[in-house]
Design a protein around this ligand. Sequence first.
Ligand code: HEC
Ligand code: HEC
Ligand code: HEC
Ligand code: HEC
Ligand code: HEC
Ligand code: HEC
Ligand code: HEC
Ligand code: HEC
Ligand code: HEC
Ligand code: HEC
Ligand code: HEC
Ligand code: HEC
Ligand code: HEC
Length: 362
Amino acid sequence: MSRHATIVLVLLFLTGGTAFTQSPHGAAMKMDCSACHLPDSWNIPASFWKNNALAPNDKVSETTDNTKKIFQHDADTDFELSGAHAGADCRSCHATLVFSEADPACISCHTDIHRNTVGDDCRRCHTSYSWLVDNITELHNDNGFPLLGAHATANCNACHISESGLEFNRIGNACVNCHDDDFANTTNPNHQQAGYSINCEDCHRVDVPMWSSEGILHDFFPLTLGHDIKDCRRCHNSGSFSMTSRACFSCHQDDFQNTNSPNHVSAGFPTQCDLCHTTAGWMPASLQNHDQMYFPIYSGNHRGEWNACVDCHTNAGDFSQFSCTDCHEHNNAGELAQEHRGINGYVFQSSACYSCHPRGEE
Ligand code: HEC
Ligand code: HEC
Ligand code: HEC
Ligand code: HEC
Ligand code: HEC
Ligand code: HEC
Ligand code: HEC
Ligand code: HEC
Ligand code: HEC
Ligand code: HEC
Ligand code: HEC
Ligand code: HEC
Ligand code: HEC
């Protein structure tokens, strides 16, 4: 190009003239050429861009009109040049120089090393700063498979098996997907013979590092309170965990027979201990359906007015007996009789009190 031609071109250029025919950037680009180009050459040296392509460097500011708009990728496009992108040459992303042809999706420039096992939204796990991933914990949590217990220390490729170690084909969270051999090989107890479910989580906690008894879940019969017993054989003494009855009486028959305060046998108590007891302890007892079945003691006028069952059932050997008059006796001669004056059939007898006041009300 002759010197003369260069001057013409520079003039056109600086006056914002129609140099568009020259443009390799496509007809659609309406930006002023001088927002990026210097007067002396179409080539733009890498050093032109300050902060690695973000803005023209000082040399440019000296020679250009500072009021002129200078192209800035972050501000003027929808694609921020951060991390490793900040240092990259324009042409490495805009090979055609038709800038609008660049696609902001990571996968348009980077190979999906995972061979489509995690989808094409790379931003879920990566940024432009590095391919290293720091959200492994969250990823597993979000997938409903927190890495707990032995899983926290296992190698990635113990679960994610692929040649590159970078393919994450769906495995599925069910324990048996990875532990079917362990299940088949159990001997103590032999799970298959015992007919155990393959939902390992029914019995095995996942947040402990092994299969042993410390990690056994027992929610189907909670081992809490009086049943917080470490030695499984206290309840499973037949050599097998199966066929264990959950009826209280099956294990607490002796306790029942040995009671004396009150003597449950002579009191004629039913053997469903849980009518009156919880595993919190034998004392105090609480017969919650007493109110519906017999007489309100947890509600109504007598709520909070008695301390022990024997306040009414004064003969602990026979709960079909009861006394009202032990408490209401002080009124016998005086007020009580007064209040019942004129009431036909009034007698100072508990059974009479009960038949006229079956709910303990007036
Ligand atoms: C957003 C910034 C920007 C704008 C605006 C811009 N260019 Fe460019 N232009 C570039 C870049 C970057 C290159 C590549 C430079 C390099 O590789 O050294 C380039 C290269 C060129 C080239 C050389 C092509 C080649 O194959 O080497 C010409 C000619 C050119 N531009 C013309 C224009 C004209 C004419 C305009 C105004 C209509 C214009 N440019 C506007 C950024 C721009
Ligand atoms: C790491 C890749 C990358 C680098 C490096 C890069 N760009 Fe871009 N650029 C893009 C992407 C992607 C878009 C598209 C953004 C969108 O449309 O959402 C874009 C958009 C643009 C646009 C707007 C295009 C339009 O019409 O919307 C211009 C102009 C541009 N880049 C110029 C440049 C210049 C000049 C450089 C060098 C200083 C550069 N780019 C360096 C990726 C890059
Ligand atoms: C328009 C093309 C383009 C797009 C879109 C793009 N990149 Fe890049 N990326 C590049 C180029 C070019 C480099 C620089 C390579 C080099 O340094 O030689 C790069 C470098 C990187 C690097 C540095 C490590 C390496 O491979 O060199 C990472 C990490 C990266 N990109 C991640 C991303 C992520 C994440 C996205 C999506 C958010 C993305 N890139 C989108 C073109 C692109
Ligand atoms: C669900 C998360 C996830 C998604 C989505 C994802 N990756 Fe990855 N990627 C990883 C993990 C995990 C690694 C291993 C890096 C590590 O251990 O820190 C990795 C590593 C990489 C590496 C480096 C490989 C090496 O040799 O070290 C590249 C390149 C990569 N990913 C590209 C991509 C691209 C491209 C996409 C989008 C198509 C993508 N990734 C989507 C999780 C993901
Ligand atoms: C004990 C087994 C186990 C270990 C160890 C493990 N993972 Fe996973 N990972 C899973 C399971 C299960 C999923 C849930 C998705 C599925 O069904 O495959 C998963 C999901 C993922 C996903 C995909 C997430 C998504 O949203 O697409 C990535 C990526 C991943 N793991 C990477 C890793 C990396 C990296 C390590 C090592 C640091 C690792 N995993 C260790 C079992 C494991
Ligand atoms: C994606 C595969 C995978 C899934 C799903 C999985 N595990 Fe694991 N698990 C492993 C790997 C790998 C190890 C470590 C290597 C080993 O000991 O087998 C392990 C170890 C264990 C251990 C420790 C074994 C020992 O004694 O060392 C227990 C207990 C365990 N897993 C329980 C579970 C339970 C319970 C579930 C279901 C909630 C489950 N796992 C789901 C892969 C998995
Ligand atoms: C009905 C409850 C139950 C279920 C369901 C269950 N287990 Fe077990 N498992 C046990 C008990 C109880 C033990 C013995 C614990 C102890 O006392 O050491 C045990 C022990 C084990 C052992 C160690 C004992 C041995 O012989 O190797 C492995 C391994 C094991 N279970 C794997 C599994 C796997 C895998 C699953 C699911 C596919 C599973 N279990 C489902 C109750 C269960
Ligand atoms: C307080 C008594 C008690 C203790 C202690 C106890 N269990 Fe149980 N267990 C039961 C009862 C009752 C059942 C039956 C529950 C049912 O059928 O609903 C049962 C059922 C089981 C089952 C299910 C058997 C099957 O065939 O489905 C397993 C496995 C089991 N227990 C394991 C254990 C282990 C391991 C321990 C020690 C950590 C233990 N149990 C401690 C009372 C107990
Ligand atoms: C499979 C056997 C088994 C079954 C079924 C069972 N228990 Fe137990 N229970 C025990 C064992 C073993 C103990 C440990 C103390 C002992 O030896 O009495 C215990 C302790 C208790 C205690 C604590 C005793 C104390 O001295 O503190 C109470 C209360 C109790 N059980 C109530 C019940 C009730 C109520 C039921 C029915 C819902 C029930 N149990 C069912 C085996 C069983
Ligand atoms: C109708 C209610 C009722 C039923 C059913 C019942 N109990 Fe009781 N139990 C009591 C009362 C009342 C007491 C005395 C505690 C109190 O006053 O709070 C008691 C106390 C006890 C005591 C401690 C007192 C003593 O004499 O040792 C034991 C042990 C006991 N019960 C075991 C059992 C067992 C085992 C069963 C089931 C097989 C059972 N009970 C069923 C009401 C009941
Ligand atoms: C305020 C008085 C009162 C108190 C306190 C009381 N009861 Fe009763 N209970 C009665 C009355 C009244 C009946 C009805 C008697 C009848 O139907 O013959 C009764 C009936 C019963 C019966 C049925 C007896 C049978 O053989 O029909 C049982 C069992 C019983 N009570 C248990 C208890 C227990 C356990 C407690 C303590 C938790 C308790 N009661 C506290 C008043 C009381
Ligand atoms: C442990 C002592 C005690 C025993 C036993 C007892 N009561 Fe009461 N009763 C009370 C107390 C205290 C009140 C509340 C008095 C008040 O509200 O002023 C009361 C209230 C009443 C009332 C209501 C009085 C009113 O003002 O409305 C009647 C009716 C009654 N009792 C009947 C009975 C009958 C029937 C029995 C026997 C089945 C009985 N009581 C056993 C202590 C007892
Ligand atoms: C034949 C039926 C009958 C018998 C038996 C009976 N009562 Fe009454 N009782 C009544 C009637 C009716 C009233 C209501 C009187 C009124 O409102 O003036 C009453 C009132 C009461 C009151 C409330 C008095 C007040 O403060 O206003 C109490 C307490 C009471 N009875 C307790 C007893 C006791 C304790 C016995 C047994 C010794 C008993 N009653 C026997 C019918 C009876």
